[in-house]
Design a protein around this ligand. Sequence first.
Ligand SMILES: [Zn+2]
Length: 112
Amino acid sequence: MSELLPKCPKCEAEFTYQDGALLICPMCTHEWNPDNAVSGEKVYRDVNGNDLAEGDMVTLIKDLKVRGTSKTVKVGTKVKIGRLVDEDHDIDCKIDGFGAMKLKTEFVKKSG
Ligand SMILES: [Zn+2]
């Protein structure tokens, strides 16, 4: 466990612990979901848990078959995120040689 949990937003105690997707404060028993705490919007994270934003460069971490074709987008391919959408495949992007694609955030990692 290297991840620092945030303070309780209600009483500012520092004894937050995690239970599944929820964070719990033992001091005031407040429970909250860190992904929904700020904006209520979906949070997009790569395989390492880094936040992703539109326009970020990401790298594929596995070969991905292109649906309906015999083509494969190779692991290591760099992709610029076009749009982040609240769907199963949540990255809208264009890949050279393939055109418009949809990817899953769990199959990419953010590149520097
Ligand atoms: Zn609290």
